[in-house]
Write a protein that binds this ligand. Sequence first.
Ligand code: MN
Ligand code: MN
Length: 316
Amino acid sequence: MSDHPQPLGGNEMPRFGGIATFMRLPGTTEPSDLDVAVVGVPLDIGTSNRPGARFGPRGIRTESVLIRPYNMATRAAPFDSLRIDDTGDVATNPFNLLDSVDRIERRYDQLLADDVITVSIGGDHTIVLPILRAMRRKHGPVGVVHVDAHTDINDSMFGEQITHGTPFRRAVEEGLLDCDRVVQIGVRATGYAADDFDWSREQGFRVVQAEECWHRSLTPLMEEVREQVAGGPVYLSFDIDGLDPAFAGGTGTPEVGGLTTIQGMEIIRGCAGLDLVGCDLVEVAPAYDPTGNTSLVAANLLYEMLCVLPGVESRS
Ligand code: MN
Ligand code: MN
């Protein structure tokens, strides 16, 4: 539809020119007439190892300039189907994590009051807690498809309750999740105890460790995932470190033996048909990947998320 916000074409302004919004959308701070708000959350003071995810939104917007509106595999036409725009960044407080969490929560309350689906660009994974709090107020407890090398269910880190390694523990405690409709995919590597992932399973989550994904398509897995998480609102949270560092090394806590870019795309495409109320792509720290590849992968995964939102039609 010509009255929907559209990405700026490469024949109107060269791809390396113009304002660096996501996919060169017009950009707006007024979400009330949108169906989907792309939101940057530049925060990295919740990280435990390498910082730098505060530059994720900027890096991903920069690498998103090459993406065109139509999905040649699925024929999805997100910008024809929905009013989608980049609504800029949450003004996080770089000197105070808890104040930043409050600020994120208030911004998402505003956005959700306008009935938009939020597609968020992190930022470290701390941001999912205030987002899920706002989602709970709007939609009730949500199911979650969580892609990550880590379960992010630590009780605390250095004694702190709010960090990028604790959001899903807090989300369970606060009643934000419909625990039988939660799946964690790609978790792996080393732990503090051999039963680290079992707490998730005790809550009712399905935990798919990376080894179960090795050497295979994840399309069959996603049939089972859809069956499990259907029947209510679903939130998709994609930590870029779910992918192998060979594909996405620009992140703070890389773990070897991860998913491929293609498997990440299969997971997102496998979410088509779910009642997605929000998505995020977190933990991109562009400085550790001078090629820009991690941000490029992330930008394309965010585009794939736009393509599976409720109401997106395919062009025949
Ligand atoms: Mn994470
Ligand atoms: Mn992670």
